[in-house]
Design a protein around this ligand. Sequence first.
Ligand code: SF4
Length: 347
Amino acid sequence: MEEWKEILANCVTDAETLSKLLRVDRKKLDKVVSKYPMGINRYYLSLIKKKGDPIWKQCVPDVLETKQRLGRSDPLKEKKYSPVEGMVQRYKDRVLLAVSDMCAGYCRFCTRKRHMGIKEAVLHERYVQKAFRYIASHKAIRDVIISGGDPLTLDDERIEYYLRTLRKIKHVEIIRIHSRMPCVLPQRITPKLCAILKKYAPIYFNTHFNHYQEITKESRRACNLLADSGIVMGNQTVLLAGVNDDAKTLKKLFEGLLMMRVRPYYLYVPDAVRGAYHFRVSIAKARRIMRELIGYTSGLAIPRLVLDLKHGGGKVPLLPKYITKRKGKRYIVKNFENKTFYYADVA
Ligand code: SF4
């Protein structure tokens, strides 16, 4: 059996095992897990350095999850924008195909927490075929995101089947893979998988690191292997209270990502998810953090801060306020050090 499959097969999913490994209260754990299942693989577990650290908070169930009345189980109303089971279409030219509900671990803050570990399933072939037919018959779709859960929980052969079929549809120009594997189970990134991805270039790969403690020898190897295969790598980070909601931590993370050829792409203001409400960070704080980053590290290391609007309103970029006043064609602009400049616009 390949190493990644073995690690995946031995995920910690029950309170009894975890309570022995981490010395946590089993009863409390049981209560949370019965509502929101747990899944932590041994690799990710090994990254925990101490109780309550950023890795712990992302994967170990917390009693706070069950004490919340705020937030929604489907804040983005993905169901409403699903023309075919397993597919989300929020924009005319893009679709997201959720091919698997499984992940290499269940993140406690997940927007799709309502599915995680509850309905462990691969998208049925009947729906996959329907989705392909839908994409083929809608010429405006030029960008397809293969997502989940985590699509790389599936076998290489299955991944190749998706890529091969999509590449046959002439109007599909961009194929993206969204997977947290380089971070949570980097052993999944094998030379065989990379050779498959390379065959169907251009492939854009968006992964998901939230903290620099997730950057390890293994994750570096995985990202470099992907980059060496010509895959364009990006990263989506979720701003999480108590995990990474300060500029110093994010700067270290983003600079670390660049060093393994992963470009920070999005920084999300966390969605209002029921059961993950304690991870929320205010917009004001998120913009303050961006202000502390812009100008203090290279532009390459700065992702776009975005807010995913509820009810499927789509993503909107947020920026700190730099233009403070306008007088006719003249603007008063504050730079990153808060110094005032005048800028004369086109006459
Ligand atoms: S890997 Fe992604 S989809 Fe899976 S639980 Fe984590 S955030 Fe959710």
